[in-house]
Write a protein that binds this ligand. Structure first.
Ligand SMILES: Nc1ncnc2c1ncn2[C@@H]1O[C@H](COP(=O)(O)OP(=O)(O)OP(=O)(O)O)[C@@H](O)[C@H]1O
Ligand SMILES: [Mg+2]
Length: 166
Protein backbone atom coordinates (compact mmCIF):
# COMPACT_ATOMS: atom_id res chain seq x y z
CA UNK A 1 0.00 0.00 0.00
CA UNK A 2 1.37 3.39 -0.99
CA UNK A 3 2.14 5.85 1.81
CA UNK A 4 0.03 8.45 0.05
CA UNK A 5 -3.13 8.29 -2.09
CA UNK A 6 -4.87 11.24 -3.72
CA UNK A 7 -8.14 11.91 -5.46
CA UNK A 8 -9.53 15.07 -7.03
CA UNK A 9 -13.20 16.05 -6.71
CA UNK A 10 -15.29 18.83 -8.22
CA UNK A 11 -17.89 20.52 -6.02
CA UNK A 12 -20.33 22.59 -8.08
CA UNK A 13 -21.55 24.94 -5.37
CA UNK A 14 -21.91 25.66 -1.64
CA UNK A 15 -24.61 22.99 -1.26
CA UNK A 16 -22.22 20.33 -2.56
CA UNK A 17 -19.42 21.55 -0.28
CA UNK A 18 -21.84 21.22 2.64
CA UNK A 19 -22.97 17.76 1.55
CA UNK A 20 -19.36 16.63 1.20
CA UNK A 21 -18.46 18.02 4.65
CA UNK A 22 -21.45 16.22 6.18
CA UNK A 23 -20.26 12.96 4.62
CA UNK A 24 -16.76 13.50 6.09
CA UNK A 25 -18.38 13.92 9.51
CA UNK A 26 -20.19 10.61 9.19
CA UNK A 27 -17.02 8.71 8.21
CA UNK A 28 -14.57 10.23 10.72
CA UNK A 29 -13.28 8.18 13.64
CA UNK A 30 -11.79 9.13 17.00
CA UNK A 31 -8.16 10.16 16.59
CA UNK A 32 -8.53 11.24 12.95
CA UNK A 33 -6.75 14.39 11.83
CA UNK A 34 -7.88 16.49 8.88
CA UNK A 35 -5.63 19.23 7.49
CA UNK A 36 -7.56 21.90 5.56
CA UNK A 37 -5.52 24.06 3.22
CA UNK A 38 -6.55 26.72 0.73
CA UNK A 39 -6.49 30.50 0.35
CA UNK A 40 -8.32 32.96 2.59
CA UNK A 41 -12.03 32.46 1.91
CA UNK A 42 -11.54 29.11 0.15
CA UNK A 43 -14.16 27.53 2.42
CA UNK A 44 -12.19 25.80 5.22
CA UNK A 45 -14.45 27.03 8.02
CA UNK A 46 -17.56 26.44 5.90
CA UNK A 47 -16.47 22.85 5.33
CA UNK A 48 -15.78 22.44 9.06
CA UNK A 49 -19.32 23.60 9.88
CA UNK A 50 -20.69 20.85 7.64
CA UNK A 51 -18.32 18.26 9.14
CA UNK A 52 -19.72 19.24 12.56
CA UNK A 53 -23.25 18.56 11.33
CA UNK A 54 -22.16 15.14 10.08
CA UNK A 55 -20.67 14.48 13.54
CA UNK A 56 -24.05 15.37 15.10
CA UNK A 57 -22.77 18.44 16.87
CA UNK A 58 -26.01 20.07 18.17
CA UNK A 59 -27.32 22.86 15.92
CA UNK A 60 -27.06 25.37 18.80
CA UNK A 61 -23.26 25.01 18.80
CA UNK A 62 -22.47 27.53 16.11
CA UNK A 63 -19.11 26.84 14.50
CA UNK A 64 -17.24 30.10 14.09
CA UNK A 65 -13.81 30.77 12.76
CA UNK A 66 -11.46 29.98 15.65
CA UNK A 67 -8.92 32.52 14.38
CA UNK A 68 -9.11 34.59 17.55
CA UNK A 69 -9.20 31.76 20.05
CA UNK A 70 -7.07 29.26 18.08
CA UNK A 71 -9.02 26.24 19.25
CA UNK A 72 -12.70 25.41 19.67
CA UNK A 73 -14.06 22.13 21.00
CA UNK A 74 -17.58 20.91 20.17
CA UNK A 75 -19.50 17.88 21.47
CA UNK A 76 -20.76 15.41 18.86
CA UNK A 77 -20.85 11.68 18.16
CA UNK A 78 -17.14 12.13 18.90
CA UNK A 79 -15.68 15.51 19.96
CA UNK A 80 -14.63 17.96 17.26
CA UNK A 81 -11.45 19.96 17.88
CA UNK A 82 -11.28 22.84 15.42
CA UNK A 83 -7.99 24.75 15.20
CA UNK A 84 -6.95 27.70 13.08
CA UNK A 85 -3.19 28.19 13.05
CA UNK A 86 -3.23 31.26 10.77
CA UNK A 87 -1.94 33.69 13.36
CA UNK A 88 0.62 31.38 14.91
CA UNK A 89 4.21 32.06 14.06
CA UNK A 90 5.73 28.66 14.52
CA UNK A 91 5.95 25.24 16.05
CA UNK A 92 6.91 26.39 19.55
CA UNK A 93 3.74 28.42 19.92
CA UNK A 94 1.69 25.52 18.54
CA UNK A 95 3.18 23.10 21.06
CA UNK A 96 2.34 25.52 23.89
CA UNK A 97 -1.29 25.46 22.74
CA UNK A 98 -1.38 21.79 23.77
CA UNK A 99 -1.60 20.69 20.16
CA UNK A 100 -0.38 17.16 20.75
CA UNK A 101 -2.88 16.49 23.54
CA UNK A 102 -5.67 17.14 21.07
CA UNK A 103 -4.39 15.32 18.05
CA UNK A 104 -3.80 12.20 20.09
CA UNK A 105 -7.18 12.65 21.80
CA UNK A 106 -10.54 10.96 21.42
CA UNK A 107 -12.03 13.22 18.77
CA UNK A 108 -11.68 14.46 15.23
CA UNK A 109 -9.14 17.25 14.87
CA UNK A 110 -9.67 19.68 11.97
CA UNK A 111 -6.82 22.13 11.35
CA UNK A 112 -6.96 25.25 9.19
CA UNK A 113 -3.60 26.62 7.95
CA UNK A 114 -1.71 23.36 8.66
CA UNK A 115 1.30 24.77 6.79
CA UNK A 116 2.27 26.33 10.15
CA UNK A 117 2.89 22.88 11.66
CA UNK A 118 6.28 22.27 10.07
CA UNK A 119 7.88 19.28 11.79
CA UNK A 120 4.75 18.79 13.92
CA UNK A 121 2.76 17.71 10.83
CA UNK A 122 1.19 14.33 11.67
CA UNK A 123 2.33 11.37 9.57
CA UNK A 124 -1.17 9.91 9.34
CA UNK A 125 -3.78 12.40 8.26
CA UNK A 126 -6.31 13.36 5.62
CA UNK A 127 -5.33 16.47 3.70
CA UNK A 128 -8.08 18.46 2.00
CA UNK A 129 -6.85 21.16 -0.34
CA UNK A 130 -9.57 23.61 -1.44
CA UNK A 131 -9.25 25.50 -4.73
CA UNK A 132 -11.75 28.05 -6.08
CA UNK A 133 -11.94 27.88 -9.88
CA UNK A 134 -14.98 30.22 -9.73
CA UNK A 135 -16.58 32.11 -6.80
CA UNK A 136 -19.22 29.39 -6.35
CA UNK A 137 -17.46 26.16 -7.29
CA UNK A 138 -14.64 24.36 -5.50
CA UNK A 139 -12.15 21.76 -6.56
CA UNK A 140 -10.72 19.64 -3.79
CA UNK A 141 -7.71 17.38 -3.67
CA UNK A 142 -8.04 14.72 -1.00
CA UNK A 143 -4.85 13.02 0.11
CA UNK A 144 -4.64 10.21 2.63
CA UNK A 145 -1.23 9.94 4.28
CA UNK A 146 0.20 7.06 6.30
CA UNK A 147 -2.51 4.87 7.86
CA UNK A 148 -5.12 7.23 6.39
CA UNK A 149 -4.19 6.26 2.81
CA UNK A 150 -6.15 2.98 3.27
CA UNK A 151 -9.26 4.91 4.30
CA UNK A 152 -9.16 7.51 1.53
CA UNK A 153 -11.91 5.67 -0.38
CA UNK A 154 -14.29 5.95 2.60
CA UNK A 155 -13.88 9.71 2.59
CA UNK A 156 -14.02 10.12 -1.19
CA UNK A 157 -16.95 7.71 -1.60
CA UNK A 158 -19.34 10.63 -1.89
CA UNK A 159 -21.73 10.41 -4.79
CA UNK A 160 -22.69 14.07 -4.89
CA UNK A 161 -19.61 14.94 -6.94
CA UNK A 162 -17.48 13.44 -9.72
CA UNK A 163 -13.95 12.47 -8.74
CA UNK A 164 -10.86 11.18 -10.49
CA UNK A 165 -7.84 9.41 -8.99
CA UNK A 166 -4.56 11.31 -9.37
N1 LIG B 1 -18.73 25.99 -3.06
C1 LIG B 1 -18.40 26.67 -1.95
N2 LIG B 1 -17.75 26.03 -0.93
C2 LIG B 1 -17.38 26.69 0.19
N3 LIG B 1 -17.61 28.01 0.41
C3 LIG B 1 -18.27 28.69 -0.56
C4 LIG B 1 -18.67 28.06 -1.77
N4 LIG B 1 -19.28 28.99 -2.55
C5 LIG B 1 -19.26 30.14 -1.87
N5 LIG B 1 -18.66 29.99 -0.67
C6 LIG B 1 -18.47 31.06 0.33
O1 LIG B 1 -17.08 31.30 0.50
C7 LIG B 1 -16.83 31.71 1.85
C8 LIG B 1 -15.79 30.80 2.49
O2 LIG B 1 -15.43 31.37 3.74
P1 LIG B 1 -14.70 30.54 4.89
O3 LIG B 1 -14.70 31.40 6.10
O4 LIG B 1 -15.31 29.19 5.00
O5 LIG B 1 -13.24 30.42 4.28
P2 LIG B 1 -11.88 29.98 5.02
O6 LIG B 1 -11.16 29.13 4.04
O7 LIG B 1 -12.19 29.40 6.35
O8 LIG B 1 -11.11 31.36 5.17
P3 LIG B 1 -9.95 31.78 6.22
O9 LIG B 1 -8.65 31.36 5.62
O10 LIG B 1 -10.10 33.27 6.27
O11 LIG B 1 -10.23 31.11 7.54
C9 LIG B 1 -18.15 31.66 2.61
O12 LIG B 1 -18.71 32.96 2.62
C10 LIG B 1 -19.00 30.72 1.73
O13 LIG B 1 -20.39 30.97 1.81
MG1 LIG C 1 -11.53 29.88 8.30
Amino acid sequence: MADKESVRMALADLAQTRAFGYHIGTVAQAGDIILLSGDLGAGKTTLTQAIAQGLQVPAGCYITSPTFSLLHEYPGRIPLYHMDLYRLAGEEEIEELGFEEYIYGQGLTVIEWPERLGDLTPRSCLEIELLSPTPQSREIILTGRGAMSCRLKNFSNFHGAPHTPI
